[in-house]
Write a protein that binds this ligand. Structure first.
Ligand SMILES: [Zn+2]
Ligand SMILES: [Zn+2]
Length: 819
């Protein structure tokens, strides 16, 4: 009987298609394997088998069904559990499984199409570019490459090859042709004995024959000695460690005594090197009690997620380690999710010390090849614990026994910069609920939604309210800059009190962290004569001054030009900078504290993982006195000798136009404060602001996060924001503001028919134009009672109706659920 396979292809909108399984491939094609299939009038594409059935899906029975060409995997690379997660995601986040597949699979496993579009060397000015070409160039800004089917969709042409070839001729893009499996096992050449010299008798005969050739004899003896230890040496090892020459090896080959062999190298091995013994890590009584309570909750039916609320330094990590140990003993796997920035060598060392090479690390800075190896080790169960960033939720666990989401409130768990938009905590909660896996959410400052779920009894809650080493909580000072201004606001960065406190810390040989969530030198330049502020020509935003690079740069599109001392509008020589960036603070420290050793930690100074590690190491070794940085310094770092933490201007945090801005300010400032006095010195936190009476500061000073939550719940309930409803954000983008405005009005009409008064907008988002495209957004408030799948169907029907107006055809829409 003929069988059919549903295959996911790397396409947006609709991405699963039915294919026939040819008789000769029956039994070889399994759910979760990659297959090569014909698609459209293009040649062949690689997809992933989602399900197998004995009948084609009803909707396709009339069309002629094509056959699968070949299968790429002998065993599934994706588990059925993952496929179910993808299906749920596609429904909840209103996106295609093909898009999820592209995010979930490491690059080396990603389905390939015959032709790929890559960025070219020439960046055209927006005026030179047609709309359809613009869509391609724009997508390449956020995506490494584009498949032909996706290009066809973006350009809205059936055969995009012709226009793409033209773009390639202009140097705007590059087309690459490829097929098959890009992942290759890494090997090296090593030396072993040939079959003719396997016995001891043969060996001694050979050695005797070499007595007159001491170099060959020595080479052979090294190879034999390594063989006794079960090892084989590479040419390089023989040369570097034993001074064996290549010619000696060649001669031995000619004499049929040795031969070259290919040995597979385990790429993940090199990560295992870094180890250091932890302190005697014993649980205190009160930590033991928390652990006991968590275990009790984990065994309850029905199983609910557990929130572990613990102040900084209360030993959450110790409890995680204990839980991981228990799960490993039960033969289960553990997933430990962390925000990118918290995955420091400090954390990795602790896990490696406790669990050795059963620990896998999954990180966005690993190469695609390394990620594939980690993927396989999870699939085969070689890894029992994986610590990773948000994308680790997509790893192919078969025996998951626990998911830990540490710093669960952290916004980096949300993928907000590219499609599919998702929140890893939400995925973890679904996975736990669906597959009955305990989920532990840990934080000192729970997300407003999480805390509400705990209050409502949907989550269990466990508290850790003491600091392990009896460190005293830091003092928090709010410095009123309005007041300071009347006296002397020294150089516009440090108030007198901040300056004195830094000096005092330096005198005591203690370290200081200064926080300012703005990189570059100054947020903008202004002409004192005409008031002109240089703007990005492609975006609706002012250019940030980067003094070291002598450039004015746009942080949204990368556009920039050289700094000029003359106003570009009126020509006056009265250009000044306004506001404070990390670069300016660094400069001022050199001026005010000339002997202090300063380092800066932000996106500009930390471009690689090793650069970040070096900065952390210098702090640990006491080679840095003052560390200046953006939120990179606020999170996860734990330095013994930091006694003062300064926030130079808290105001931008408080007034960012987003309903979560108070929550984020509260969490970030709590976290920054937590960096001070982590051991036995009492820490000091100083926050400079022009809004000293903002309620956030009162809660912060009193350590009253509960008070903040109560107030925030009240406000969100009144204004109807999550957790009291769900939000869906639609963003429309187009180069032509008029067409965009008209199409948004038409869509508004359709949306109001479906969702009535819960539609807000259209209105411009905070940055209303980026890369020459204007943006308008809608916010739809959905009742918590509405089924996500029902809402998705309504929304898609509405959008389909709107797309029928051809004039809106090339206005693009982004759908973001739970923005
Ligand atoms: Zn001017
Ligand atoms: Zn720009």
């Amino acid at each position: 009987m003929t069988k059919y396979a549903q295959v996911i292809l790397p396409l947006a909108v609709k991405s699963d298609f039915t294919y026939q399984i040819p008789e000769m491939l029956e039994g070889q094609i399994m759910v979760g394997c990659r297959v090569v299939v014909p698609f459209g009038n293009q040649k062949l594409y690689t997809g992933l088998v989602k399900s197998i059935s004995s009948e084609p899906q009803a909707e396709v029975s009339s069309v002629k069904i094509k056959s699968i060409e070949s299968v790429l995997d002998a065993a599934p690379v994706v588990t059925e559990k993952q496929l179910e997660l993808w299906a749920w995601m596609a429904s909840y986040y209103v996106c295609a499984e093909g898009e999820i597949m592209l995010t979930a699979l490491p690059g080396g496993l990603k389905p390939q199409s015959a032709i790929w579009v890559y960025p070219g060397d020439v960046l055209p000015a927006p005026v030179e570019v047609k709309n359809k070409e613009w869509n391609i160039l724009q997508t390449l800004e956020s995506q490494a490459r584009i498949s032909i089917p996706q290009a066809s969709e973006l350009m809205q042409v059936k055969n995009p090859l012709l226009p793409l070839k033209q773009m390639e001729a202009n140097g705007w893009i590059r087309l690459e042709y490829e097929m098959g499996v890009p992942y290759k096992v890494k090997t090296r050449t090593v030396w072993g004995l040939t079959e003719s010299v396997q016995s001891d008798a043969e060996l001694s005969k050979v050695l005797t024959s070499l007595t007159k050739f001491p170099k060959q004899e020595a080479a052979l003896l090294h190879i034999i000695a390594a063989g006794y230890q079960g090892k084989k040496l590479s040419t390089r090892e023989l040369k570097d460690q034993h001074q064996v020459s290549a010619s000696a090896l060649q001669t031995l080959v000619k004499k049929f005594i040795i031969q070259a062999e290919e040995e597979v190298i385990d790429r993940t091995q090199k990560l295992a090197g870094f180890r250091k013994r932890g302190e005697g890590e014993q649980l205190f009584d009160w930590q033991q009690q928390a652990l006991h309570l968590i275990n009790q909750y984990f065994s309850e039916i029905p199983l609910k997620p557990t929130l572990l609320e613990g102040i900084t330094g209360s030993g959450k990590t110790l409890i995680y380690l204990e839980l991981i140990r228990q799960k490993i003993q039960e033969g289960l796997q553990v997933l430990y999710l962390l925000p990118e920035i918290n995955l420091t060598p400090q954390v990795i060392n602790r896990l490696r010390t406790a669990f050795g090479d059963k620990v896998g690390i999954y990180h966005s800075r690993f190469s695609e090849q390394e990620r594939v190896e980690i993927w396989h080790k999870v699939l085969t169960g070689a890894y029992e614990v994986v610590v990773g960033v948000r994308s680790a939720i997509f790893l192919p666990f078969e025996q998951l026994g626990l998911i830990i989401v540490d710093e669960e409130h952290d916004s980096s768990f949300r993928q907000s910069e590219k499609v599919p938009y998702y929140h890893a905590r939400n995925l973890a909660l679904w996975y736990g609920n669906h597959w009955k896996v305990p989920v532990l959410l840990g934080t000192a400052t729970p997300a407003v939604e999480t805390a509400w779920a705990a209050k409502e009894g949907k989550f269990h809650s466990v508290q850790l309210n003491r600091r392990a080493l009896d460190a005293i909580p830091p003092t928090i000072d709010i410095i009123d800059l309005n007041h300071q201004h009347k006296f002397k606001l020294s150089n516009g960065i440090f108030s007198d009190r901040m300056e004195a406190a830094i000096q005092a810390a330096l005198d005591k040989k203690e370290q200081v962290i200064l926080f300012q969530n703005r990189r570059g030198y100054a947020p903008y330049q202004i002409c004192r004569k005409c008031g002109h502020i240089p703007q990005c020509i492609y975006c609706d935003i002012s250019l940030t001054l980067h003094k070291q690079a002598k450039e004015l740069k746009c942080h949204y599109c990368g556009y920039g030009h050289q700094v000029s001392l003359r106003c570009e509008q009126c020509g006056a020589l009265e250009v000044e900078t306004e506001g404070i960036g990390t670069e300016k603070i660094e400069e001022e420290i050199h001026r005010v504290f000339p002997t202090a050793r300063v380092d800066r930690m932000d996106q500009d100074s930390v471009k690689s993982r090793s650069a970040a590690e070096r900065l952390i190491e210098k702090m640990e070794l006491g080679e840095t006195d003052i560390l200046v940085g953006t939120q990179m310094v606020a999170k996860g770092l734990d330095f013994e000798k930091v006694s003062l933490v300064g926030v130079l201007l808290a105001d931008p945090l408080l007034f960012y136009p987003d309903f979560r801005s108070r929550e984020h300010a509260m969490q970030l400032l709590s976290q920054v404060a937590g960096r001070a006095g982590r051991r036995r010195i009492q820490g000091q936190v100083m926050i400079q602001t022009r809004q000293p009476h903002h309620p956030v500061f009162t809660w912060l000073k009193d350590g009253d996060y509960k008070g903040f939550l109560e107030e925030e719940w009240k406000v969100r309930q009144e204004l109807s924001y999550p957790p009291f409803c769900r939000l869906i954000r639609l963003e429309l983008r187009h180069k032509d503001a008029v067409r965009l405005g008209n199409s948004a009005k038409a869509l508004e009409h359709i949306l109001r028919k479906i969702f009535d008064r819960s539609v807000l907008g259209p209105e411009p988002p905070p940055i209303s134009r980026v890369r020459s495209e204007f943006r308008l957004q809608f916010l739809i408030k959905i009742s918590n009672k509405a089924s996500p799948d029902g809402v998705r169907k309504q929304l898609l029907t509405g959008l389909e109706n709107w797309y029928k107006h051809t004039e809106y055809g090339n206005v693009r829409v982004w759908i973001e659920v739970d923005p």
